[in-house]
Design a protein around this ligand. Structure first.
Ligand code: DGL
Length: 271
């Protein structure tokens, strides 16, 4: 079995949390990661713009020889998955279905809270995908969290304050509808970096919900769809492309990937 080339796309660095989860899953695979950093954030943009950007990026990865594409960006998956699938001739895996499945498995009372960008929440992609599984999902937009995480403020008082406000609001809004979440799904690439702080803040607010990460669930779904490697000792390799400053990508991205990023290529998609 030849080693697969897997394209991984995100609006920026955040999808490196998905690449991090993918790397150990399929030895010998080659990954091509594209972060559309020149046009980030997607989370505050319209459907038409997100679809146009995401399709351009997906086409680039397909022409680079990817035989499978992972949309690591929750916003691009929520707003543009059908357009991406229609534009390229290779299988495409998004983060929403694996994330919804993981939340469903973790939500003991069939009720979950999904934290995501404004565009993802407005699309209701998580609510609908969860509903099809019999899981009631309440979606909460947390627009301040992406810039906070990009600033590297992980265990930081501001991060804790902002999270306390968002989570208290969400839990109160849910309580008004007689809902108590037993799972909290991190529906944005950046949130796995603050998973620990989310869990601690939930405890502080007397919630016993489990925190669920869609990055790990997506990596498992992709690995399950690939033919197992016949040469498990072959090293796994990856190449990164960014549409803006490659220096910034290497520096910020290494926090998301939790390893140095030796080589980043600058790509002009016209953004
Ligand atoms: N990658 C986006 C997501 O997962 C977050 C960053 C953005 O808004 O572009 O929703």
């Amino acid at each position: 079995v030849p080693h697969p080339t897997i394209g991984v796309f995100d609006s920026g660095f955040g999808g490196l949390t998905v690449l991090r989860a993918l790397l150990p899953k399929h030895p010998g695979a080659h990954y091509i990661y594209l972060g559309d950093t020149a046009r980030l954030p997607y989370g505050a943009k319209s459907q038409a713009t997100i679809a146009r950007y995401a399709v351009e990026s997906a086409r680039f990865l397909a022409t680079q020889g990817a035989d499978h594409l992972v949309i690591a960006c929750n916003t691009a998956t929520a707003l543009a998955l059908p357009e991406i699938r229609a534009a390229i001739p290779i299988p495409v895996t998004g983060v929403i279905a694996p994330g919804a499945n993981a939340a469903h498995a973790a939500a003991t009372n069939a009720t979950a809270l999904v934290l995501a960008t404004s565009a993802t929440v407005q699309s209701h992609a998580y609510r609908e995908t969860c509903a099809a599984l019999g899981l009631r999902a309440y979606e909460k937009a947390c627009p301040l969290l992406v810039p906070i995480v990009e600033e590297g403020w992980i265990d930081h008082p501001v991060t804790r304050d902002v999270l306390r406000i968002y989570l208290r609001e969400a839990l109160d809004e849910m309580a008004a509808e007689n809902l108590t979440p037993s799972a909290v799904l991190l529906g944005c690439t950046h949130y796995p970096l603050i998973a620990e702080v989310v869990a601690e803040t939930l405890r502080e607010l007397h919630s016993t919900a489990t925190v669920v990460d869609s990055a790990e669930a997506t990596a498992r779904a992709v690995a399950a769809s690939l033919t197992p490697s016949s040469q498990p000792d072959t090293p796994t390799t990856f190449t990164c492309y960014a549409t803006d400053s490659i220096e910034k990508f290497a520096r910020l991205g290494s926090h998301f990937l939790r390893q140095p990023i030796p080589e980043v290529h600058l790509l002009d998609l016209g953004g």
